[in-house]
Design a protein around this ligand. Structure first.
Ligand code: BES
Ligand code: ZN
Length: 393
């Protein structure tokens, strides 16, 4: 994780040095109203939406604005710089999408599918989750630019397709990405009578470790566990011959560790094609129980509040383990790609942020080092089955 933070800092300072003469700022409208009388030059608003305004100024004026915000309001920031008016407007539009994705209510969150859910929850098997984790961890790395990264995606595709071999309403596809070789995996169970509404369960398929990402990366917890948990949800649904009313999609995203690349491509194209996604659950790290009094921890940032509460109720009803909330503090996984595109997403996680598995992104991220069994992951498979069934029917 640290490596990415350092890289971001590098990129930011490079951008500062290369700053063009004119900049377009997106500024919180309330902040702008308070500080503009104190500035010695008028700041005409070029565009405004979602409680923010776009103003054009030189880097020197930006510094003056920053100082004024500090002096007058005793706070930092409240604005972002962009290289063009179009970019600033796009940022405003996506701020709108993000806010909408976190606050809006996208579905009927009633719990009324117990007859279907209970037997499937009971069918979840720790052993089959563990076996998938072992298989995925055997690839030298699932790094998004590597040969074995490509092979591991094909392996996931083959595994999911084998589970669905008796179903003509199910297809499994590889989704290619423009700038790197690893494909994402998408499995679709066509909905029976509300097929245009989509419910998604996803996790990242790639792993990473070492200076340049290319070292031995078993990624057992991060994120063979999430893919294995999803695979178990698929296994249980297929062997129960479950036929959802809404369309269900299972996704294995490529290149998450390099900046949410696969999920960004997919979620952006869903938005551009106006796809109606009513719920997204992300499973990224389900293997290691790190927090004593909470088995399932939902990240409250970059996620949909109403859907998170719904998931809490599902846990109480069907999984019956203690749960709570924590925060990533940044868009830490693929759910953030869906949120950024206006869709409701949640990430039930293995521990609080304070109790994270420090072996991730190293060759020590193994099953043995995360407890040696998939008991913890099985709770997330039960949750996944219940969530997908309740939301899809
Ligand atoms: N599984 C991690 C995210 C994570 C780690 C969440 C620890 C909560 C606790 C994920 O695969 C990851 O490493 N994400 C990157 C961010 C991404 C934008 C490159 C990270 O956290 O550095
Ligand atoms: Zn990671």
């Amino acid at each position: 994780m640290k490596k990415f933070i350092a890289l971001t800092a590098l990129t930011l300072s490079a951008a500062t040095f290369a700053a063009p003469r004119a900049q377009w700022l997106t500024v919180d409208s309330q902040i702008l109203n308070k500080v503009s009388p104190k500035m010695n030059k008028a700041m005409p608003v070029l565009f405004s939406a979602q409680g923010a305004s776009v103003v054009q100024m030189t880097p020197l004026e930006v510094e003056a604005l920053s100082a004024t915000i500090h002096n007058e309001l005793h706070r930092c920031g409240g604005f972002m710089a962009h290289d063009s008016l179009e970019e600033a407007q796009a940022a405003l539009a996506s701020t709108g999408d993000t806010a909408f994705a976190q606050k809006a209510i996208f579905a009927d969150y009633s719990i009324d599918q117990a007859r279907l859910v209970k037997p499937m929850v009971a069918a979840v098997a720790e052993r089959s989750i563990r076996d998938t984790i072992i298989k995925l961890s055997e690839f030298k790395t699932r790094y998004y630019k590597s040969e074995t990264g490509v092979q591991s995606s094909q392996y996931i595709r083959d595994t999911w397709a084998a589970l669905a071999k008796n179903r003509s309403d199910v297809k499994v596809e590889l989704v290619a990405h423009k700038n790197f070789p690893q494909p994402s995996i998408v499995m679709t169970i066509q909905g029976s009578d509300k097929a245009s509404e989509i419910v998604i369960l996803g996790g990242h398929a790639d792993s990473i470790s070492g200076m340049f990402g290319t070292g031995r990366s078993p990624g057992s917890d991060d994120n063979a566990s999430g893919i294995a948990t999803i695979t178990e949800v698929i296994r249980v649904m297929m062997s129960s011959d479950f036929k959802p009313r809404r369309t269900i999609q299972f996704m294995g995203y490529a290149g998450e560790e390099a900046g949410l690349l696969g999920s960004k491509d997919i979620a952006t194209s869903y938005k551009n094609r106006a796809q109606q996604v009513i719920g997204v659950m992300q499973l990224d790290m389900t293997l290691r129980k790190g927090t004593v009094d909470k088995d399932i921890v939902m990240m409250s940032d970059f996620t949909n509040a109403a859907q998170n509460e719904f998931i809490g109720k599902i846990i109480d009803e069907y999984v019956k383990v203690p749960w709570g909330y924590s925060k990533c503090g940044y868009g830490c996984s693929d759910h953030a790609s869906w949120t950024a595109n206006g869709y409701p997403a949640s990430i039930p996680f293995e521990s609080t942020m304070g109790d994270i598995n420090h072996n991730i992104h190293t060759d020590k991220d193994t099953l043995e080092n995360a407890g040696g069994d998939a008991m913890h992951a099985a709770k997330f498979a039960r949750l996944g089955v219940a969530f997908m069934t309740e939301l899809a029917n």
